[in-house]
Design a protein around this ligand. Structure first.
Ligand code: HEM
Length: 534
């Protein structure tokens, strides 16, 4: 593993060595209700199944009924997360559902998830579904680009996410957490969702788009709010295309237009100031993008698409990850104390290089991302008929991958709905749970997972999977851990919201404020408080 700029995706993550790789648990990977296991009916493994992609005889996945025309929209609109979980439990790892006549397949068997994301990734594209929903926002940026266009873009922007570059964003991550902590009084009840949203925005603005974006905070906030509204699956209208002139859609288009023109202005200012000659030498992501555009690697529209993409893909997801980590730790005081002891032992506030020595902190965050994956589902479209979980799935349909459903599946996780960070620590001891052998992944630092125990690799995939896994994964994991550590060095968190309820908006959002009481530590662990707490 290494973030060497040699090929498009050699930077991250490392090939994850798991029980699957060791051949220990592949027989657990198939869903019991499938007519054939995902290893193929002949048991000859994934590559054999790949060859049988268009096999006409394989059965179609189960298709339990929905309403004519509407399909399963009503169930999705009332409780999408519950719907995914129930469908998976009742009908197995690959099951059909329909949305306004669009044929969709929910894939929750980890072996089938791996097949889609890794083994057969070249038989899938992101497809029409995310494009029709997100295209107006993300344009042709990295998130939605396909084939060679995607490969070129990923190569162009990846240097902004190399480990050593991400480490440079560490100061901003710690500094903004210090400022948040300094604003809270002893005994104050804080909505950690609101606080984490402000925090993640400030960090992203400073780390990736430069301080300039603070100036345009309201434009960006308004756009983000409209994005949330537009993709809130609690509203039936969120399933309608963007061109349908509902009030929410009109507002959304107006605010996204304003956001794009704001970014154009920032780009023009960077140009006028003279961009760095080498994208790899830029101070931030916008600098990387502008430098790449100057070298002819990316046109202006694409540049704006990507700036919006990073803002959109990195802001709410990280905010939610931090929200859930803090909420969960408030609810588990003894584990919170364990993390605090770990970070109290550091020499001052945490630095990125310290994180490898903080297994309990890492476990706390990884487990929060399991229980409340910020991205509850994402989508693919097969470009040809494929075989999945022993079934034949036609070309052109929507394939829905759901970290939410898989992370909460009792077949892979004991007590799946409980927050138990200990499951990521071998025997509950301090130390990496797995994979610190030479050349292998160092759990807790390089890449999340696997937790202790035997389970398929893709029983945990909060950041998606190769080769289109989240490019911001290191950034986000570093951010969540640095923020949590910085806060816990100053504060004790006590639960106020005790029964967290979440729903499937564009991401996994809490239903209301997530309240936590903060207790400032009698003896602060660090004297290095910010002088400016505004
Ligand atoms: C806890 C925080 C985050 C989570 C849970 C998360 C999750 C994900 C997931 C599941 C995907 C795969 C989507 C797919 O395959 O269709 C993805 C892709 C992506 N993420 Fe993240 N993400 C997070 C933070 C970030 C950050 C901080 C950034 C950037 C600053 C970012 C930028 C992206 C981009 C650009 C892609 C598309 C990559 C490609 O297709 O090559 N994400 N993310």
């Amino acid at each position: 593993m290494g973030e060497q700029p040699t090929r498009v995706d050699d930077a991250e993550p490392p090939p994850r060595r798991t029980a699957d790789d060791a051949g220990r648990s592949t027989d657990r990977g198939a869903d019991g209700s499938s007519p054939a296991t995902d290893r193929g009916a002949d048991g000859s493994g994934p590559l054999a199944e790949r060859g049988a992609g268009a096999e006409p005889d394989a059965p179609r996945p189960p298709a339990p009924g929905g309403l004519p025309l509407l399909g399963n929209v009503h169930e999705l609109a009332s409780d999408a997360l519950g719907f995914y979980g129930r469908r998976a439990a009742a009908h197995g790892g690959v099951v059909r559902y329909d949305v306004f006549g669009t044929e969709s397949y929910l894939v929750t068997d980890p072996a089938a998830v791996r097949r889609v994301l890794v083994d057969d990734h070249d038989r899938y594209e992101k497809g029409e579904m995310p494009r029709s929903r997100l295209g107006g926002l993300l344009g042709d940026g990295l998130f939605l680009a396909e084939d060679d266009d995607w490969r070129e873009q990923r190569t162009t922007v990846r240097s902004a996410f190399f480990r050593e570059r991400v480490a440079e964003y560490g100061d901003a991550m710690v500094d903004h957490a210090r400022r948040a902590a300094a604003q809270w009084d002893d005994g104050e009840v804080v909505d950690v969702h609101a606080a984490a949203t402000d925090y993640a925005f400030a960090v992203l603005a400073e780390s990736l788009l430069g301080r300039d974006v603070e100036r345009e905070r309201e434009t960006v906030r308004a756009a983000a709010e409209s994005v949330t509204e537009r993709f809130d699956t609690g509203r039936m209208t969120s399933f309608l295309p963007e061109w349908v002139p509902t009030p929410a859609n009109r507002r959304y288009r107006r605010r996204i237009g304003a956001l794009r023109s704001t970014i154009r202005t920032l780009v023009a200012e960077r140009r006028a100031a003279g961009p760095p000659a080498d994208p790899g030498a830029a101070d931030d992501l916008l600098g990387t993008l502008v430098a790449a555009a100057e070298l002819g690697a990316m046109g202006d529209d694409r540049l704006v698409d990507n700036a919006v993409t990073f803002l959109f893909a990195g802001h709410e997801t990280s905010a939610l990850g931090l929200t859930y980590a803090l909420y969960c730790l408030a609810d588990r005081p003894e584990f919170q104390e364990r993390v605090r002891r770990e970070v109290a032992a550091l020499d001052g506030d945490p630095r990125p290089a310290d994180l490898g020595a903080c297994p309990a902190l890492t476990a706390a965050v990884d487990e929060a991302l399991r229980l409340y994956p910020p991205v509850h589902t994402f989508f693919r479209e097969p470009t040809e008929a494929v075989r999945l979980g022993g079934y034949r799935v036609p070309a052109g349909v929507v394939v829905t991958l759901s970290p939410w459903a898989v992370h909460r599946d009792g077949r892979w996780w004991d007590d799946p709905t409980a927050y138990r960070p200990e499951r990521w620590l071998r025997d509950g001891a301090a130390g990496p749970a797995d994979g610190d052998e030479a050349g292998g992944p160092v759990h807790g630092d390089e890449a999340p997972g696997p937790a202790v125990g035997e389970r398929p690799e893709y029983a945990y995939f909060p950041f998606g999977g190769d080769p289109r896994h989240c490019i911001g994964m290191h950034f986000a994991r570093q951010e969540l851990r640095l923020a949590t550590a910085t806060l816990l060095r100053r504060l004790r968190l006590e639960p106020v919201t005790t029964d967290l309820s979440v729903r499937a908006s564009v991401n996994t959002r809490p239903d209301g404020p997530v309240r936590v009481r903060v207790r400032t530590l009698e003896e602060p662990l660090d004297a290095n408080e910010p002088s400016d707490t505004s």
